[in-house]
Design a protein around this ligand. Structure first.
Ligand SMILES: NC(=O)c1ccc[n+]([C@@H]2O[C@H](COP(=O)([O-])OP(=O)(O)OC[C@H]3O[C@@H](n4cnc5c(N)ncnc54)[C@H](O)[C@@H]3O)[C@@H](O)[C@H]2O)c1
Ligand SMILES: [Zn+2]
Ligand SMILES: [Zn+2]
Length: 361
């Protein structure tokens, strides 16, 4: 029997989000229905609401979640009802050309549920990143459920489902930060601070946090940044070079998603260094760089999808490190809120004192 639950939808471009009744079908083959316990508010949800990802309104927002598997469809063996899971938005297929070459974190054919969740009038919803977890329950592909230790609070575990994994992975997987490296992180929201945590975990010697808000910089320092730069009042490139003996950082992670911050990242890295773009740009943005500088400065320019993570490998590992006290995932939770507070949480994103607002159900 299809179920009726409450969920947060974005009805149209820049229209305020609202709580609506959502119809959740029974899980079909390879699918699971998950009872959501917590879901963080990520900047990507705001991008969806603004129409900056695509035009497939209405969206069922929310994609950074943990919960309990309620029911599974035919053929599902990896998870069973009652399992505590983090939802992931890149369930690898195992058969595409990336998977077959042994690079499943690049999987080009990731799985989502085949059936659609709808509004009461039958309007099909587009779940954000194939998840849609600002809702009491959601329907996903079973491969999107990654089982982890239920001893960790859902509002903490769920953060690994997007921003925190994206940031940590941008440093340790995509950027391949190593012991003794100098690292700069531009944009210190949830994703950027997670990159700071990842850089520290990987043994970076110097971690320079750059933001336009001093409160974000204070927080980045608590998370492990060794130096901070307010790029509203200082030139980010000059400041990073000064802090790295005049050379620039080995790895610069861009966690804003704008051409001007990308350009800063490009010029703030040392020769043969690495730029990692983890911030998500919008469709109209363009980048112009002298091709000779791209060539002459060497190194690599990389994008980081979901921190190039493998959920089944990385979620349990990071939960372990959290439980051992080697990383503090709870430090990312600024406030817990209700389903009706998502619009307010979007507004608070720009206020500077929030890393993550987490909807708790
Ligand atoms: N690649 C991925 O897999 C992935 C996953 C999750 C989120 N993201 C993206 O990462 C980005 C950050 O997400 P978030 O949730 O941390 O957002 P957020 O809003 O919490 O943080 C953004 C931070 O950037 C700072 N900022 C804004 N403009 C700046 C500028 N010009 N210079 C320096 N700092 C600036 C803000 O003060 C804020 O601290 C977004 O673009 C989001 O869509 C990417
Ligand atoms: Zn694949
Ligand atoms: Zn996200």
């Amino acid at each position: 029997m299809p179920q009726h639950v409450q969920g947060v939808i974005a009805p149209g471009r820049n229209e305020p989000v609202r709580v609506e009744t959502i119809v959740i079908p029974d899980p079909g083959p390879g699918e699971a229905v998950v009872k959501i316990q917590a879901c963080g508010v990520c900047h990507t949800d705001l991008h969806y609401k603004q129409g900056a990802i695509n035009d497939e309104f209405p969206f069922l927002l929310g994609h950074e979640a943990a919960g309990i598997v309620e029911s599974v469809g035919e053929g599902v063996t990896d998870v069973v009802p009652g399992d505590f899971v983090i939802l992931n938005w890149r369930a690898v297929c195992g058969t595409c050309r990336a998977c077959l070459r042994g690079r499943p974190w690049y999987c080009f054919a990731t799985h989502n549920a085949k059936q659609k969740m709808t509004l009461l009038d039958g309007t099909e919803l587009s779940p954000a990143l194939g998840i849609g977890a600002f809702a009491e329950k959601t329907l996903v592909a079973a491969g999107q459920c990654t089982k982890v230790d239920p001893a960790v609070a859902p509002e903490v575990a769920g953060l690994l489902g997007c921003g925190v994994m994206a940031g940590i992975g941008a440093a340790i997987n995509t950027g391949n930060v190593g012991r003794g490296d100098t690292v700069a992180v531009i944009g210190c929201g949830g994703v950027g601070d997670a990159a700071v945590v990842g850089a520290r975990l990987a043994g970076a010697a110097k971690i320079i946090a750059v933001d336009i808000d001093d409160r974000k910089l204070d927080k980045a320092r608590e998370m492990g940044a060794t130096h901070t730069v307010n790029s509203r009042t200082a030139d980010a490139v000059e400041a990073i070079r000064e802090l790295t003996g005049g050379f620039g950082a080995d790895v610069v992670i861009e966690a804003v998603g704008r051409p001007e911050t990308y350009e800063q990242a490009f010029y703030a890295r040392d020769l043969a260094g690495t730029v990692v773009l983890v911030g998500v740009p919008s469709p109209e943005m363009k980048l112009e760089l002298p091709l000779l500088d791209v060539f002459g400065r060497g190194g690599s320019l990389k994008s980081s999808w979901y921190g190039d993570c493998l959920p089944s490998r990385d979620f349990p590992m990071l939960i372990d490190l959290h439980q051992q006290g080697r990383i503090d995932l709870a430090a990312f939770v600024t406030e817990t809120i209700g389903l009706g507070d998502v619009e307010k949480a979007f507004a608070r994103m720009h206020e500077g004192d929030v890393l993550r607002s987490v909807v708790v159900l």
